[in-house]
Design a protein around this ligand. Structure first.
Ligand code: SAM
Length: 313
């Protein structure tokens, strides 16, 4: 774990918690080092899930729920048996509810059409905790190697994508899941950065709990589940997602959205998307919230709509 760098000589117990920061903007890992009965040291480092996904829903939702606590309260009161993240990615919604709000005793399901991604999760599900730690350590060693050997674009903290891809091509990967992660975490979007990952037990245990399915989620009438939809942007002329390994099939999205709209008054759901007036028409029966966000490197601002529809319990 990167936080241990420079602390190698310290012995004692280590306790790790994930906490939303005071301002609710950033999620930190709070690491408590207990040196003796009296002495404790706290180190805060930013929590970073193994998959980088554009927008980072986990961070966004943690901040949004922090400002609108009644939403999580409603979800809790409803007493759902299952939460389904239909456009899985890094399942930021489920991670947020589980890690920040300790929603327990619930089944989780994640769907995604990206075969490499779902196979990565299936692979991790088979690891024990030591093997998972090693997986993260090996990942971080590769990141350190890249950072030490590849030059940033002049005066910036990101790489030229063509140079990065050529560099990665020459590296040896003995684990295809590791390779998939490095390519997709580093070479996605226009700004390529390389960051270490934190090991977090809660991520490991949550992955074990989730049922991951390769494919689209077609919803059916269901009172006991909450479906969360966070599709790629529907109004882009070309729904091209995450540079490296796949292009999202627009037809496939059409099918799942049609299915959602057709069943929308029969299921409990949340729909998350960039603000667009057409969505206000489609989801007029829902409670609507908006929140602003700023994209990492480009600093582009955008407004996100959060539609929530909970049937009477
Ligand atoms: C906006 S991301 C999801 C973000 C997610 N909420 C998170 O926290 O990372 C979109 C994801 O949807 C997946 N996807 C695209 N079309 C899909 C479909 N028809 N069914 C299921 N997943 C799909 C993509 O592979 C991608 O991983």
């Amino acid at each position: 774990m990167i936080a241990t760098t420079g602390f190698a000589s310290i012995t004692g117990s280590v306790k790790i918690n994930i906490i939303p920061s005071q301002v609710g903007q950033v999620i930190f890992l709070k690491i408590q080092l207990r040196l003796s009965h009296q002495k404790k040291i706290y180190i805060y480092i930013m929590y970073s899930f193994i998959c980088n996904y554009a927008g980072n829903k986990y961070k966004e939702l943690s901040k949004f729920f922090n400002q609108n606590p009644e939403i999580v309260e409603k979800i809790k009161q409803h007493g759902f048996k299952k939460i389904v993240e239909c456009y899985g990615g890094s399942y930021g919604f489920i991670r947020c509810l589980n890690h920040v709000y300790n929603l327990e005793g619930i089944e989780y399901e994640v769907y995604d059409i990206n075969k490499n991604l779902i196979e990565l999760y299936w692979y991790i599900q088979k690891l024990d905790i030591e093997e998972y730690k090693k997986f993260i350590d090996d990942y971080n060693k590769k990141i350190t190697y890249i950072k030490q050997n590849l030059e940033y674009i002049n005066g910036k903290t990101y790489f030229n994508k063509t140079t990065l891809l050529a560099f990665l091509k020459k590296m040896n990967f003995d684990n295809k899941h590791q390779e998939y992660l490095i390519y997709n975490n580093l070479a996605r979007g226009a700004f390529c950065t390389a960051n270490h990952k934190t090991f977090e037990e809660k991520d490991f245990y949550l992955i074990k709990k989730i049922k991951f399915t390769l494919g689209s989620c077609l919803v059916v009438e269901d009172d006991e589940s909450l479906f969360y939809f966070d599709p790629p942007y529907l109004f882009s002329p070309k729904i091209e997602y995450y540079s490296c390994d796949f292009i999202v099939d627009k037809h496939n999205i059409n099918e799942t959205i049609k299915n959602l709209v057709n069943s929308s008054n029969k299921i409990n759901f949340i729909f998350n998307h960039e603000e667009n007036f057409l969505l206000d028409v489609v989801f007029r029966e829902c409670d609507k919230f908006n929140y602003g966000k700023i994209y990492g490197c480009s600093k582009k601002r955008s407004l996100t709509s959060f539609f929530i529809f909970l049937k009477k319990s």
